[in-house]
Design a protein around this ligand. Structure first.
Ligand SMILES: [Zn+2]
Length: 221
């Protein structure tokens, strides 16, 4: 599939969810270059209809996807797994309800809890299964979310580095991003750097969970 950043091989995956509900979960894998050598860049991206299609400024999703695809294209190899987990897994309708609660003063985590959901309702099992299927066992993960790196490691994928994938905040997204940083531990500088972008933070020799401290330290230098 030709894109603004390059021609990606695109593979669709689907499976019944392992919970026995017979629900089908789907994802797209966008592949560039040889992924069998070394540790290619990987972005696991969750669908955001409001941000990516409608241009909503409430979140950073659309820009994160662009940063990831550009970084992969610049290296000439890597992959994006695009998962259909709108609103950190709660779905589009509940996400709109959460937005209404945020307009009343709750933050993104409190709004999810008020609706009976966990702060992050996603499951990265399908992404891990896709990586195993593609024979990709080592990656450099484009994310600010240490939970995503942990989920992959738990599923047997070696995450040799967590690579920052941060968009510059805007006045509409700042509170949301601050909640992700302070309540969910995301490695976000929130405008302390001049521009957003991708920067590599090698974590191979750091203890588990230390990646985002390293990320903050780098931004503050
Ligand atoms: Zn979004």
């Amino acid at each position: 599939m030709p894109t603004r950043w390059g021609v990606f091989q695109t593979i669709g995956f689907e499976r019944e969810t392992p919970d026995g509900s017979r629900r089908v979960e789907t994802a797209l894998a966008l592949l560039l270059g040889d992924l069998t050598e070394g540790a290619p860049l990987l972005r696991i991206h969750s669908q955001c209809f409001t941000g990516e299609v409608l241009g909503s400024l409430r979140c950073d999703c659309g820009e994160q996807l662009e940063i990831a695809m550009r970084a992969i294209a610049e290296e000439g190899r890597g992959l994006v797994i695009y998962e259909r987990q709108e609103g950190r897994g709660i779905g589009l309708m509940a996400k709109l309800q959460a937005y209404a609660l945020q307009d009343e003063g709750l933050d993104t985590v409190e709004a999810n809890h008020a609706l009976g959901f966990e702060a992050d309702y996603r499951d990265f099992g399908l992404s891990a299964a896709i990586l195993h299927e593609l024979g990709v066992g080592r990656v450099r993960l484009l994310t600010n979310n240490p939970g995503k790196a942990r989920a992959l490691r738990d599923a047997g994928i070696e995450v040799v580095a967590q690579v920052a994938c941060e968009a510059a905040p805007n006045p509409h997204s700042l509170d949301y991003l601050r909640a992700k940083k302070e309540k969910m531990g995301h490695a976000l500088a929130l405008g302390l750097t001049e521009t957003g972008g991708a920067a590599t933070i090698e974590v191979a020799h750091l203890p588990a969970g230390a990646a985002w401290f390293a990320a903050d330290a780098e931004h503050l230098l």
